[in-house]
Design a protein around this ligand. Structure first.
Ligand code: NAD
Ligand code: ZN
Length: 345
């Protein structure tokens, strides 16, 4: 193996990403080296590409970006005994500390010292990725690399959707981005009654209906209240999954919830946003913030569901060889795509 690799790097503090030659990372005693086969482009990568205020304040330059990946293990650190060379894998991109109260209680996803690959540490848009062996998630043979490359955002969807019991419940999802659409598929899979997804982008709503059996509502044109009564729902939604980061969507969700409804919020509003707290109080609504994936319970559940009939494959609308990464980013930025996957092989 040579000690140089191709990687997509944030080389300069301005718009864009650049294909560079970088050293293959050296593995420490508790790490593995993963040869990357496929990667997914995330909204986070678009922020980094655009070099918006968040990216400029968060990401040191140069930085190899990317955190959604599937590949295979090619090297083991000397303390790693429970994994094998050749093992296909994906992995958790949040690198956690082990000393906080939360980590010591086994709630790894709540560790305040979490660092992200492709954001704070060199990432997965490269031919090789160094990852702590702890973070590796082996891929069963029946899960292909392109699905392995989107387990990170599917994990966001699963973590959010499984925040509350959905069996027999009426579920409202605001935002038909890739994660909202996958959450709709999960809600269906686990036995929700009505699953309604909203957006203002017709392409995204059409994609939602291709991926799963969902009622898609364009709230720029249609009245959500009318659709609710057409469905025969007597009260509001039992469960809300906020996946747009849009203030109006959250507002509409609170309005559409039933008394005692529960909301899981994954969407990240761009700044402080005003909320009518009195409605939340009078409706006795529970709101749960959701960050990342539960390490590793979300991974376990999503792989089990994928092996048991959950199908999110159609959310991948584009695949490109990595040399055409600029086209992949353009598709993502168009707002029309689902997940875009880059092939590094
Ligand atoms: P996305 O931007 O692709 O999708 C958001 C969708 O919301 C878009 O299709 C947009 O048209 C739609 N939208 C805009 N206004 C709306 C409105 N008024 N009503 C309904 N829909 C509206 O994002 P994504 O990649 O699917 O991610 C979903 C959200 O989750 C984003 O806000 C993202 O930042 C956030 N996120 C959070 C975490 C976390 O750990 N908390 C992780 C990943 C993503
Ligand atoms: Zn991501």
């Amino acid at each position: 193996m040579t000690n140089q690799m191709k990687a997509l790097s944030k080389l300069h503090p301005r718009e864009g990403l650049w294909m560079v030659d970088a050293p293959v990372p050296e593995v420490g005693p508790d790490d593995v080296l993963i040869k990357i086969n496929k990667t997914g482009i995330c909204g986070t990568d678009i922020h980094i590409w655009n070099w918006d205020d968040w990216a400029a304040a968060t990401v040191p330059v140069p930085m190899i970006t990317g955190h959604e990946f599937a590949g295979e293990i090619v090297e083991l650190g000397r303390n790693v005994t429970d994994l094998e060379i050749g093992q296909r894998c994906s992995g958790e991109g949040h690198l956690i500390g082990k000393t906080s109260r939360q980590s010591r209680a086994g709630k790894f996803h709540l560790d305040p010292a979490t660092r992200g690959i492709g954001v704070n540490e060199q990432g997965a848009f490269a031919q090789y990725l160094r990852l702590p062996a702890f973070n590796v998630v082996p891929l069963p043979d029946d899960i292909p690399d392109e699905i392995g490359a989107i387990l990170d955002p599917l994990g966001n969807a699963v973590h959010t959707a499984l925040s509350f019991d959905l069996i027999g419940e009426d579920v409202l999802i605001t935002g038909a981005g890739p994660i909202g659409i996958m959450a709709a598929a999960v809600a269906r899979h686990v036995g929700a009654r009505h699953v309604v997804i909203t957006d203002v982008n017709p392409d995204r709503l059409a994609l939602a209906q291709q991926v799963t059996d969902v009622v898609a509502v364009n709230v720029a044109q249609e009245d959500l209240g009318k659709i609710v009564s057409d469905l025969g729902m007597k009260q509001g939604f039992d469960i809300g999954l906020e996946m747009s980061g849009n203030q109006q969507a959250l507002d509409q969700m609170v309005e559409a919830m039933t008394m005692g409804g529960r909301i899981a919020m994954l969407g990240i509003p761009p700044g402080k946003s005003p909320v009518d707290w009195s409605r939340i109080v009078f409706k006795a609504i529970t709101i749960k913030g959701v960050y990342g994936r539960e390490i590793f319970e979300t991974w376990y559940k999503m792989i089990a569901m994928l092996q048991n009939g959950l199908d999110v494959s159609r959310v991948i609308t584009h695949q490109f060889p990595v040399d055409r990464y600029a086209e992949g980013f353009a598709e993502m930025k168009s707002g029309r795509s689902g997940k875009v996957v880059l092939d590094w092989t």
